[in-house]
Design a protein around this ligand. Structure first.
Ligand code: AMP
Ligand code: MG
Length: 329
């Protein structure tokens, strides 16, 4: 199969809509990472997502809709706090989990009685979702467990020959996947951290829990139990306090003839003397935005990425540390 990368215009959107209508897959940009979309109402189309990605069949997908879509068609028992949160943060990188009406096919939620819904703010995503006017089931558009894609080229590198069309909306500015928030209880509960932080949610909703898996309990966000986001080279991860140990490991690896690099923020880079650096930038937004791009750059150029965690660990960094630990830990 030929894989086309097309910028977003009326012609490419017509083509995308035709593919979705006949049960095919289209990769599209969002403000977080690129998604691999299918009509959430078509079982065979959704199954294709799992097959193309090699995704475990118990890891549910998020249904994406445009900003004027009435989600009460798909879900019920929307609590008051969720309405406030939607007003404050949507469209944007916040996925909200509700009780499903069972309208989308069961493969989307892997048989759970809940449905995760996201309204992306990326203009290209909105145009695509408006054009099809359907709930689009979409995980990240990468091979399962690889680093998520933040450019059309990243999608192509993983899925070339497996899908017909990649809508190119430029580089994603968010960089890590959406915050996933359970809105089925009395208090919202973060299942996966992201750019909309727990504090931001608590400020609007009054309270916000963070999910911790308890022993013996069925995991509430199945995706979180898998190793994820791994680059195709060796990795190591050091805390900020152990950054000089990272430099020692770098030197040992280099002396052994390996192509090693250190991935860190620009403040830590200053302590790394003449080491080869994958620079994540300075503030937390930049670090989130650059993380997957640098992991993908690193796996192409180096045998080993030695990552140093940023000193700051709260806010957006909770989400970054979660990804970094899974990628390099
Ligand atoms: P991905 O699309 O690869 O970013 O993964 C989607 C994430 O959303 C996974 O971590 C899932 O576990 C989570 N998710 C999707 N649907 C649900 C749901 N109904 N309940 C809880 N978590 C969900
Ligand atoms: Mg993913």
């Amino acid at each position: 199969m030929n894989t086309d990368i097309l910028s977003i215009n009326e012609n490419s959107l017509d083509r995308a809509a035709a593919i979705i209508e006949r049960g095919g897959l289209v990769a599209f940009p969002t403000e977080t990472v690129y998604g691999l979309g299918a009509d959430a109402l078509k079982s065979e189309a959704v199954k294709l997502i799992y097959a193309v990605k090699g995704r475990p069949s118990d890891n549910p997908l998020i249904a994406h809709v445009h900003k004027d879509y009435d989600i009460s068609q798909l879900v019920e028992n929307i609590p008051e706090y969720a309405k406030l949160l939607a007003k404050a943060f949507l469209p944007g990188p916040l996925t909200m989990v509700y009780n499903s009406r069972g309208v989308v096919c069961s493969e989307v939620s892997c048989g759970l009685n809940t449905l995760a819904i996201r309204v992306p703010s990326h203009e290209g995503a909105q145009r695509f979702l408006k054009r099809v006017n359907l709930p689009i089931a979409a995980p990240s558009a990468n091979i399962s467990k690889h680093v998520s894609p933040v450019t059309a080229r990243h999608v192509y590198d993983d899925l070339c020959g497996k899908i017909e069309l990649i809508l190119d909306g430029g580089r994603c500015t968010g960089g890590i996947e959406s915050t996933v928030l359970d809105c089925t209880g009395d208090v919202p509960c973060v299942l996966r951290s992201g750019l909309v932080t727990r504090d931001m949610i608590a400020q609007v909703a009054g309270e916000c829990d963070v999910y911790m898996m308890k022993e013996g309990e069925r995991v509430r966000s199945p995706g979180m139990k898998y190793k994820h986001y791994a680059p195709g080279c060796q990795t190591a991860l050091y805390s900020f306090d152990r950054r000089l140990d990272a430099l020692d490991e770098y030197r040992r690896r280099r002396a052994a003839g390996q192509r090693a690099c250190i991935m860190c923020d620009c403040r830590t880079a200053a302590d790394m003397e003449d080491a080869e650096i994958l620079d994540l930038g300075s503030d937390e937004r930049q670090i989130a935005c650059n993380l997957y791009d640098k992991l993908r750059e690193g796996e192409k150029l180096f045998d080993v990425i030695i990552a140093v965690a940023p000193e700051k660990q709260d806010g957006v960094m909770v989400g970054v540390m979660n990804r970094l630990t899974k990628a390099c830990g």
